[in-house]
Design a protein around this ligand. Structure first.
Ligand code: NAD
Ligand code: DAU
Length: 374
């Protein structure tokens, strides 16, 4: 077995954020073994990792995180010393229709990984020394905030000084509302319980909405880019006034790399974009950008905006205070939103084959059934 300096399993590496994490680690650390463990559900796509699939330090393993025996055997075989856990059911609308799948994967799957890691690491002479279980979670576990500050937009650290109590902090009490966020909250509790009970070296991070290349087109930004391209209606939930805090996915992957290596054991770190937008405002930016890049008159597709029945239990506003991550580890988002959205729209328009492969066939039927009742 080659003498790699670290042997890391990334779960969910064929998904949106996971693929960016795998790419970053494979390229940045040739002396690390990076094992991408993914079940390849509808959201997993190996085409997201074409550029690294032949790298000598990379291995893909098709596996369900709920398969305890298979994961325990993999830990032994690969002598795994680090786990970066992203695999999950991640779409809120699906969780409203099918909560059981979310409990199975997000709660039982996480518990299964924790228990297998515990048994394997505790069997070694050095036990937990040099080991790490890093769990990627979401800001949705904190619940929802009010629209209290002007415009609903806070784009930099100074806003956090002025509107100090108006953001999710690491100390904010959990208050999940959707089956998705309830399942993620439960998995976060299990991870912390494994530290507190068994001494496992764990870390949890809670991040805001990501955007960028390779996001599955059921999520707002890629879905709308694709619909605008085909001049299809853009289903805006409710009045479009909900606020999300958007972070470029590569900046999230950078944060994950930093925290995996330098974060303090048993800590929680919030990761956010300092970049709040009302849905309707971001939708208008996306329309103008797609129109311009496709050579249509800018704003020509505004008439595609279609207000539909609101999402059940729709959280009004998410906004992250990530000053702890900045002050402890020096992380900040690098990409301005205007540049990030421009690059994102351009990527989807340049990679229409990637999009068309996903949106043909079964997905089309799913998408139609999702909106049938609205
Ligand atoms: P995604 O849906 O794009 O990808 C999830 C991946 O997990 C897919 O590759 C899928 O095949 C895999 N997977 C699902 N069930 C599995 C199972 N049982 N066994 C093995 N693999 C399985 O999700 P994403 O948006 O990349 O999110 C990744 C993680 O980050 C999730 O844990 C999510 O809760 C969290 N997160 C996402 C965001 C966001 O904006 N997308 C923000 C904060 C946190
Ligand atoms: O905050 C982090 C979370 O962000 C992650 O944990 C989730 O995995 C991720 O899916 C995302 O959740 P959201 O529900 O915020 O993302 P989504 O892209 O589904 O929706 C963004 C906003 O846009 C939300 O207020 C709902 C609205 N929306 C979404 C869709 C798909 C619409 O108005 N119309 C749509 O068709």
């Amino acid at each position: 077995m080659k003498n790699y300096t670290r042997r890391i399993v990334v779960t969910g590496g064929a998904g949106f954020i996971g693929s960016h994490v795998v790419r970053l680690l494979v390229n940045k650390y040739p002396d690390y073994r990076i094992i991408n463990l993914d079940k390849l559900t509808y959201a997993g796509n190996l085409a997201n990792l074409k550029d690294v699939e032949d790298a000598p330090n990379y291995r893909f393993v098709k596996m369900d995180i709920c398969d305890f025996d298979a994961f325990y055997a993999l830990m032994q075989e690969e002598q795994v010393d680090g786990i970066i856990h992203l695999a999950a059911e991640s779409h809120v609308d699906r969780s409203i229709k099918d909560p059981f799948t979310f409990a199975r994967t997000n709660v039982m799957g996480t518990l299964s990984l924790l228990q297998a890691a515990k048994l394997y690491w505790e069997s070694l002479p050095e036990k937990y020394e040099g080991k790490r279980f890093y769990h990627i979670s979401t800001d949705e576990v904190y619940g929802a905030l009010e629209l209290t500050h002007p415009e609903g937009v806070a784009c930099d650290f100074s806003a956090h000084e002025v509107y100090g109590d108006d953001f999710f902090r690491e100390s904010t009490k959990y208050n999940p509302h959707s089956p998705y966020s309830a399942s993620k909250a439960s998995s976060d509790h299990f991870v912390r319980a494994f530290h507190d009970t068994y001494g496992m070296p764990t870390i949890v991070t809670n991040c805001s909405n990501n955007y960028g290349p390779y996001q599955f087109p059921e999520k707002l930004i890629p879905l709308f880019i694709n619909n605008i391209r085909h001049r299809r209606p853009l289903p805006v939930y409710g009045k479009g006034e909900n606020v999300r805090d958007w972070l470029y996915v590569v900046d999230h992957a950078r944060a994950i790399d930093l925290i995996f290596h330098k974060g303090r054991i048993a800590e929680t770190y919030n990761i956010g974009g300092f970049n709040e937008w009302k849905n309707i405002d971001i939708i208008k930016v996306v329309i103008r950008t797609v129109d311009r890049l496709l050579g249509r008159p800018e704003g020509a597709d505004m008439d595609l905006i279609t207000y539909v029945t609101d999402r059940a239990g729709h959280d009004l506003r998410y906004a992250i205070d990530s000053r702890k991550l900045k002050s402890e580890l020096g992380w900040e988002p690098t990409l301005q939103f205007e540049q990030g959205i421009e690059e994102t729209v351009k990527w989807y328009l340049d990679n229409q084959k990637w999009m068309d492969n996903i949106t043909s066939g079964d997905y089309e039927k799913y998408y139609e059934s999702m909106y049938a009742g609205r």
